[in-house]
Design a binder for this molecule. Structure first.
Ligand SMILES: CC(C)(COP(=O)(O)OP(=O)(O)OC[C@H]1O[C@@H](n2cnc3c(N)ncnc32)[C@H](O)[C@@H]1OP(=O)(O)O)[C@@H](O)C(=O)NCCC(=O)NCCS
Length: 148
């Protein structure tokens, strides 16, 4: 797929943008915690995230516009990936392009937890090279081995 997504690190300047995406109703439905997050909690989370060497937080840009965010958390043996596309930018192939590009930069194993009803994210995980590893009720775990 020729899809000119670019990735850049998140900064504190992205706090408002990320807050809006995080509290979007579909994003919350797809998350483990579905409650709305207060602004102060979000700011603290972002500050801590940017100091955390076990976490990588990127913004995806398409045509110089921020269209999504992808995150990796080191879990000791693999990076756990999660992602969100801006509500107004969904359905344009950005998730597939963003997660595939991000995962390709990770030499270590990567995995992702996706709710079984989240068809777009299942396709996104598979497109990024992950395969279904296990199912726990309505949560599917996708996995890709280390890159050689
Ligand atoms: C899920 C999400 C990331 C998908 O982003 P997107 O940019 O719209 O996805 P893409 O356009 O790359 O589409 C990926 C695939 O899913 C399909 N798809 C997109 N939206 C869909 C929908 N609502 N229902 C079913 N399939 C859908 C696309 O057609 C594509 O499939 P294809 O490869 O067969 O063409 C986005 O909707 C989102 O941010 N949702 C809220 C947060 C979330 O679910 N995060 C993931 C948690 S694991």
């Amino acid at each position: 797929m020729n899809h000119a997504i670019q990735l850049r690190p998140v900064t504190m300047q992205d706090a408002t943008l990320l807050y809006g995406w995080r509290n979007d109703v579909l994003t919350r439905q797809a998350s483990h915690s579905i409650q709305e997050i207060p602004w102060e909690t979000h700011l603290n989370w972002l500050e801590e995230s940017l100091k955390n060497s076990q976490r990588v937080l990127n913004i995806a840009e398409y045509d110089h516009r921020a269209v999504g965010t992808v995150r990796a958390d080191w879990r000791g043996d693999a990076w756990m990936l999660s992602w969100t596309i801006a509500p107004e930018a969904r359905g344009a192939g950005h998730a597939k392009a963003m997660v595939a590009l991000f995962a390709a930069q990770m030499k270590e194993p990567v995995c992702a937890e996706v709710k079984s009803a989240n068809i777009a994210s299942i396709k996104t995980a598979e497109y990024a090279g992950m395969h279904l590893l296990q199912r726990d009720h309505d949560v599917l775990t996708f996995y890709r081995s280390a890159l050689s």
